[in-house]
Design a protein around this ligand. Structure first.
Ligand SMILES: *Cc1c(COP(=O)(O)O)cnc(C)c1O
Length: 362
């Protein structure tokens, strides 16, 4: 008899990361995983290298040095922070700690795929609230949530759409949800957003004990390979997550490099600036080809292709790959006609636009 996993586990489709190579093309541009075009902080690299001499030591299980560094930079209390192996782990821990089989979880229609995985691992029911204009519709989320929802996941701004909702809208959502519903605000791209009416949700999480904000070192800090993220919430929530995480979930080099990265304001600023310039460039240039580009406040754009034979998203994906440009198909999100393209280095962005120009003109 076969060894059976828990109910529902075999229904899970494993997460498929963005492609990393283009067969037969040397030095392709990887624009498929929303990585940082500028790499990462050299101070983080140095801290990582220095940590190499201590690899035989266990890390500090509480990641105090890192939490202190985050607390200092963010102006928050280190006791309200939990660190994880990517913000992905924080999302997983939330599912492990708060979801019972059969519980309802609500996300927005094109919500980040990890929310589905988290729900399925706990045999929870995932309900998706329809979006308007590829943007979270708070009224739809409220309607979907009803009074029996355990967790609402909102990425603000969202991946793969790149859109955001205002602080007022997030607050309206929180006010409308029952006190028994945990609102998870995934702010992975928050540092890229430069909009007056936007907030990361950190202020709300400080005010209320039914909100947690997740943050990552993978995007603005460019440390995706390090696997480092954190959550900010009430002491009660942080206490719960500390009970279900592994005792040494964040490794020693990650603690050191992360602490250096979050203090490197200069690198963060340069990253945000580079992104602001080139996300505009991509939107204008690609829009100029007659393709619809969803307005993005992130480090990527969602580009919509026609269904005309030869001009579809799948055709464009294949064409770009042949030309050494790796982008992300988003069919698993229910967006078969779109591609998600990460902002790259200047040369890669120009190469991408040139290739798409050729593709549309042929
Ligand atoms: C990239 C991303 C994350 C970050 O994941 P990590 O596990 O921290 O690398 C979280 N949420 C969204 C919506 C993302 O796009």
């Amino acid at each position: 008899m076969a060894i059976e996993p828990r109910a529902g586990i075999l229904d899970i489709q494993p997460y498929k990361p963005g492609a990393a190579d283009a067969p037969g093309v040397a030095n392709p541009a990887k624009l498929s995983s929303n990585e940082n075009a500028l790499g990462c902080s050299l101070k983080a690299v140095k801290a990582f290298e220095t940590a190499a001499s201590r690899l035989h030591r266990y890390p500090d299980g509480g990641a105090s040095r890192l939490r202190d560094a985050i607390a200092r930079e963010e102006g928050i209390d280190a006791d309200h922070i939990v660190c994880g192996t990517g913000s992905d782990e924080i999302l997983q821990l939330l599912g492990r700690a708060y979801l019972n089989p059969g519980d309802k979880v609500v996300q927005s229609q094109y919500g980040f795929l990890v929310y589905r995985l988290v729900a399925m691992q706990s045999c929870a029911r995932l309900v998706s609230a329809p979006e308007r204009g590829y943007t979270t519709d708070v009224d739809a989320v409220i309607a979907a949530a009803g009074d029996d929802t355990r967790i609402v996941f909102i990425a603000n701004p969202n991946n793969p759409t790149g859109t955001y909702i205002s602080d007022a809208e997030i607050r309206r959502l929180r006010d409308a949800l029952p006190p028994t519903t945990l609102l998870v605000i995934d702010a992975a791209y928050t540092e890229f957003v430069d909009a007056e009416d936007y907030d990361s949700g950190m202020a709300l999480a400080r005010e209320r004990d039914d909100v947690i904000v997740t943050r990552t070192f993978s995007k603005i800090h460019g440390l995706a390979g390090l696997r480092l993220g954190w959550g900010y919430g009430s002491k009660a929530i942080i206490d719960v997550l500390n009970r279900v995480r592994g005792p040494f979930n964040v490794n020693l080099p990650a603690i050191e490099a992360g602490a250096a990265a979050i203090a490197d304001r200069d690198f963060m600023q340069r990253s945000a600036q580079h992104n602001a310039t080139w996300v505009d460039f991509l939107r204008q240039q690609i829009g100029g080809l007659g393709l619809e580009v969803t307005p993005s406040v992130c480090n990527f754009v969602l580009v919509h292709f026609p269904q005309t034979a030869g001009k579809t998203a799948a055709d464009a994906d294949a064409f770009l790959t042949r030309n050494g440009l790796i982008v992300r198909g988003v069919a698993p999100y229910g967006l078969p006609d779109a591609l998600r393209i990460t902002v790259g280095k200047e040369a890669d962005n120009r190469r991408l636009v040139d290739a798409l120009t050729e593709f549309m003109g042929q």
